[in-house]
Design a protein around this ligand. Structure first.
Ligand code: TPP
Length: 633
């Protein structure tokens, strides 16, 4: 059928299983072809083709509510709800979002991007439904990886207790981004091999009902037999103990099994957990045979070979550079350990894990636990490197405040993907970390100008013994600068003048330095001498240099690829104000007070005005009328 002509999922109601199977094949081919050009989360989506079709056939979206956990696996849902034509713009500027988005469709009822929120969202919706007295089904769809997140467990605990009607679909493909880890993962493994518990339980109940009751004795024995059998069949019985009716495991690629169980679930009172086994990457060999997570999310690829169409990077990736330097230093210092919340591949920690398996901890999608665990290790004399993406560090704010910084624990937080990340969009932009870290006592926060300084900063962080220290670094690759052979330490709280200038000063750091230098170069041609400072320590700032700049009375422009509210520029305003320098002209460039959608980083920077032209413009506007001809005259 013409997938691009689909308006809504109602057409599925009349389809036979054979027709659904054909549709599934067409959808797979469409995804494989379409994503080969755009890139995206191919593996997770190929795994849920039958599951998504079955859900849309069995339920009535948008009346019934699907909550896609993480949301990266919602492409089939997007296709079935009339967004096929937009796939060629997937994850591009102003194009189709890679995650559920309420403004895109009435079928996207819950927005996601960060993991493990679907069950809490579903609990909220179920509670609202029951207060309002409406009748819709609430169906969160959560992966085995996302289930390891603390929030999901908090929600299971509450839902089971409240006995809310809802059907939780556990999409178990044994993978998180990388292979899934942890005791819950092992428990799911046991459930997978235990077979279909529900049917056995039903049969037993039927059998016991037929045995004539001889007083309470037989009933009690029967109950005991049932219980022990139950435990024998499914060790742990985790979900049932929590108050859920556990169904499954079922083959998530078999419509027969899916429909049989979904229909059973619909009739069951209280919360149901349907355990569905799927294969990530199903139907596309390179993705299906992937065991490390390469095909979780990709850029464009060649369909026939599965080779990625990536231009060869001229410089090392930031994650590789940072983790590689930590690994190098770990050879000299056996107190160094690495902790990742489920991102060993993204954080390029595979080398560290291989060389120091006993010093490497992949804790699953558990940012809060990762941060507090790092504090625990630090207080016992270890030097933990907590590798975490800026956006996911948001989850661990209290742990950074309460456990790491308050206890002055000597943890090195490597804040990866800081700044705009591009195609993943709103939920993943790493733009809040400065604002939510810079006010925490004891913490040192820095960002290097290039990969050479980045290596020195890693060395500085691991040599630092006085408390928590964090380094933010961007997504992608370095600039290709010359690398020093010897590692040095950088004095904490010192800035560096990169270009002299006597008319104005730009204070910036990290990714925006290049743009500032280029703008200064252009302005020079127009007769303006602009100093550019590498303000590499965001906290503590270089107070000595700052005072000198303020005493010179020069106009100041701050630039940051982070939110303006509460950001680095705010620090400078506060500093000047606290010194009584109320009249120093200070302007700030950064990310405005709104969420920034998906698109290439270049397009996004252009949209928000973080460009060389705007830097030049702002500097000119800051200048007193006499210094620059044409302005203010
Ligand atoms: C809070 C948070 N931490 C980390 C991530 C990065 N992440 C995206 S998908 C994913 C794995 C999800 O695994 P699972 O739920 O099993 O889904 P699958 O991709 O296997 O279908 C991770 C760790 C995230 N989205 N949110």
């Amino acid at each position: 059928m013409d997938l691009l002509s689909i308006q809504d999922p109602s057409f599925l109601k009349k389809m036979s299983i054979e027709q659904l199977e054909e549709l599934g094949e067409e959808i797979r081919n469409f995804l494989i072809t379409s994503l080969s050009a755009s890139g995206g989360h191919i593996g997770p989506n190929l795994g849920v083709v039958e599951l998504t079709i079955a859900l849309h056939k069995e339920f009535d979206s948008p009346k019934d509510k699907f909550l896609w956990d993480v949301g990266h696996q919602s492409y089939v849902h997007k296709l079935l709800t009339g967004r096929g034509k937009e796939f060629e713009t997937l994850r591009q500027y102003k194009g189709l979002c890679g995650f559920p988005k309420r403004s895109e469709s009435e079928h996207d009822v819950w927005e996601t991007g960060h993991s493990s929120t679907s069950l809490s969202g579903a609990m909220g919706m179920a509670a609202a439904r029951d207060i309002k007295g409406t009748k819709e089904y609430i169906i969160p769809i959560i992966g085995d990886g996302a289930l390891t997140g603390g929030m999901a467990l908090e929600a299971l605990n509450h839902i089971g207790d409240e006995k809310k009607d809802m059907i939780v679909i556990l999409n178990d493909n044994e993978m998180s981004i990388a292979p899934n880890v942890g005791a819950i993962h092992s428990m799911l493994g046991r459930l997978r091999t235990a077979g279909k518990y529900q049917w056995v339980k039903d049969e037993l109940e039927y059998l016991f009902k037929r045995i004539p009751a001889v007083g309470g004795k037989l009933a009690a024995t029967a109950e005991r037999i049932k219980d022990s059998l139950k435990y024998m069949l499914v060790s742990g019985m985790f979900f049932e103990e929590l108050g859920f009716t556990y169904l499954g495991p079922v083959d998530g690629h078999s419509y027969h099994e899916l429909f049989e169980n979904l229909q059973y679930a619909k009739k069951t009172k209280g919360p149901v957990l349907l355990h569905v086994i799927t294969k990530k990457g199903k139907g596309y060999k390179p993705a299906e045979t992937d065991t490390i997570g390469t095909w979780h999310g990709t850029g464009p690829y060649k369909i026939n070979t599965g080779d990625f169409v990536k231009p060869k990077a001229a410089a090392p990736s930031w994650s590789g550079l940072v983790s590689g330097t930590v690994q190098e230093l770990a050879r000299e210092d056996d107190r160094i350990v690495a902790i990742t919340p489920a991102m060993p591949v993204g954080s390029k920690l595979e080398g560290f894990a291989k060389e120091f398996p006993e010093r490497m901890f992949d804790v699953g999608i558990a940012e809060q636990h990762a941060a507090t665990m790092a504090a625990g290790m630090a207080l016992q004399g270890m030097k933990p490197f907590l590798a975490i993406y800026s956006t996911f560090l948001q989850r661990a704010y209290d742990q950074v405040v309460h456990d790491i910084c308050r206890q002055n624990a000597n943890v090195f937080i490597g804040i990866d993907r800081a700044g705009l990340v591009g195609a993943d969009g709103e939920t993943h932009q790493g733009v809040f970390d400065i604002a939510f870290l810079r006010h925490i006592p004891n913490l040192v926060l820095m960002m290097p100008k290039d990969e050479n300084e980045g290596r020195h900063m890693v060395n500085t962080a691991l040599a630092y013994e006085e408390g928590p220290i964090a380094m933010r670094f961007p997504r992608g690759n370095g600039l290709g600068v010359k690398m020093d052979k010897e590692l040095k330490t950088i004095p904490i709280g010192t800035w560096e003048v990169l270009r002299p200038g006597k008319d104005a000063v730009i204070l910036t750091f990290g990714t925006t330095i290049e743009m500032a230098l280029e703008a200064a170069e252009e302005l020079q041609k127009e007769g303006l001498s602009v100093r550019v400072v590498n303000a590499r320590f965001i906290k503590p700032i270089d107070k000595q240099m700052m005072k000198a700049i303020l005493n010179e009375g020069l106009p100041i422009l701050t630039i940051e690829e982070a939110v303006l509210e509460g950001g680095f520029g705010s620090t400078i305003l506060e500093f000047a104000h606290d010194l009584g320098m109320y009249h120093t002209p200070i302007d700030r460039m950064g990310i405005p007070d709104r969420f920034i959608e998906h698109g290439s980083v270049t397009a996004l920077l252009e949209e928000i005005g973080l460009t060389k032209a705007e830097v030049m413009n702002r500097i000119k506007l800051l200048m007193p009328p006499k210094t620059h001809k044409g302005i203010g005259s």
